[in-house]
Design a protein around this ligand. Structure first.
Ligand code: PLP
Length: 438
């Protein structure tokens, strides 16, 4: 039975519960019929340039033919297999490929399904690592404003982001220290970094031999407003965590796979965490998949002769072969000279266009790391419901641009396949809308 677009929309409105959406007031969802490259095609004939890479997952454009082919080929061979007692070629190869690009002895890949579960795995691994060493460590330290996902442990680590007030009673306590967000020309940067390090010192001193791990979104705190810190701070943070004998978890769910201009933020900063969480761009945006990668020493602490030391955690679709096949092809594409050229070109366009907005009275804190550009819009309110954000989103949708401000923070995080002309068109519209509001 073929359904009309109106009938499909009616089915959606009646039966589907959309994320981060107040169904009581939301406009009907846009019905996407297909997508190619950076463009999403809607049922009403409109086209949208995807400047948020569909929640930061899409690296090489929608329906990338090479990834689509790899997934189709894999589906014809092995679509899924239980991942205890069994393994398969895409999982082994993808683990190897990811480890090859990570620094130091980050050699052990634990697969799960999305960014949140990658973080849950890291938090649980850290806890059990210490237990297997005969220590009880239950203090975790996170950064103010950090967002690590929507499952209970990830919400606990991200409790200060402001997203999780409604679930306070469900969360375990996590200490926080300030995130040293800095902007171009910020003269207070050293002070901010020192304040964060001092706050860490206090927490380490108050919890001797009790801090299981420190978790951070390196270089860019995403959901709290694309707040950026310096690579230098990450080096100081790593040294502080080492001095105090704890573990460092990097949540690179968003920053991984080229977003910062380097393959990983940890590579850009020249640090080696104990655990790293990767997802989003891992499959190029095709399928939900994530990895938590551990250093050799972490894995070794779980070895023994019985299950008591083992990591008793897993998910039904752990290491799904389709996701792993997509991941392998996505990394091939990412490593190509053409993709590396695009990443550099996107950064250069972002920089020039941000510079062009600096004089506007309603623009502050223009900032850039790799392919992620952001700015604060002044005036009109910061609220997610009634502030300037929803108005901007509507103005851009009207112009065929998918941009989703975080409160009053406007950011562009496009797929790497975006052409110069498409990106310039997006910035032209940003320029026009911001000038009309100034
Ligand atoms: N960690 C970071 C840094 C994120 O940005 C996100 C999602 O935006 C997550 C974790 C959670 O990932 P997911 O939505 O795939 O569960």
């Amino acid at each position: 039975m073929t359904l009309s677009y109106d009938e499909l929309r009616a089915l959606d409105a009646r039966h589907v519960w959309h994320p981060f959406t107040q169904a009581g007031t939301a406009q009907p969802a846009i019905l996407a019929l297909g997508a190619r490259g950076s463009t999403i095609y809607a049922a009403d004939g409109r086209e949208y340039l995807d400047l948020v890479s569909s929640w930061w997952v899409n690296l090489h454009g929608h329906a990338n033919p090479a990834i689509a082919q790899a997934v189709a080929d894999q589906a014809g061979r092995l679509e899924q297999v239980i991942f205890a007692d069994f393994t398969h070629e895409p999982a082994a190869r993808l683990a190897h490929r990811v480890c090859k690009r990570l620094p130091g002895d980050l050699n052990r890949v634990f697969y799960s399904d999305d960014g949140s579960t990658a973080v849950e795995v890291a938090l649980k691994l850290a806890h059990q690592y210490w237990r297997n060493h005969g220590q009880h460590r239950s203090t975790y330290i996170a950064f103010e404003g950090g967002y690590h996902g929507d499952t209970a442990g990830a919400m606990s680590a991200g409790h200060s982001s402001g997203y999780f007030g409604a679930w306070k009673e469900m969360l375990f306590p996590v200490e926080t220290v300030p995130f040293p967000a800095t902007w171009n020309g910020d003269e207070t940067v050293e002070d901010k970094e020192q304040a964060a390090l001092d706050a860490l010192d206090l927490l380490f001193a108050a919890n001797p031999d009790h801090v299981a791990a420190v978790i951070i979104e390196p270089l860019i705190q995403g959901a709290s407003g694309m707040r950026m810190c310096r690579p230098d701070f990450l080096r100081k943070l790593e040294a502080k965590v080492r001095d105090n004998g704890s573990l460092l978890i990097l949540d690179e769910v968003m920053t991984g796979f080229g977003r910062t201009g380097e393959i990983f933020a940890c590579v850009k900063a020249g640090i080696t965490p104990d655990l790293i969480c990767l997802s989003k761009g891992l499959t190029g945006g095709f399928l939900p998949l994530s990895v938590t990668v551990a250093r050799d020493g972490i894995f070794e602490a779980f070895l023994g002769q019985d299950l008591s030391r083992a990591f008793l955690h897993g998910h039904s679709y752990t290491a799904n072969p389709l996701g792993c096949a997509a991941g392998l092809t996505s990394i091939d594409l990412l490593e190509s000279a053409a993709c590396q050229q695009r990443i550099g070109a996107i950064e250069a366009i972002h920089r020039r266009r941000l510079d062009g907005l600096k004089g506007l009275s309603n623009v502050a804190h223009t900032r850039l790391t790799g392919t992620v550009a952001a700015l604060d819009v002044i005036g009109g309110g910061k609220g997610y419901e009634a502030g300037i954000g929803p108005k901007l989103k509507a103005a851009f949708l009207e112009r065929g641009l998918l941009l989703r401000p975080l409160g009053n923070v406007l950011y562009l995080l496009p797929p790497y396949c975006i052409t110069d002309a498409e990106l310039e068109r997006a910035w032209d519209a940003v320029d026009e809308v911001l000038r009309s509001l100034a």
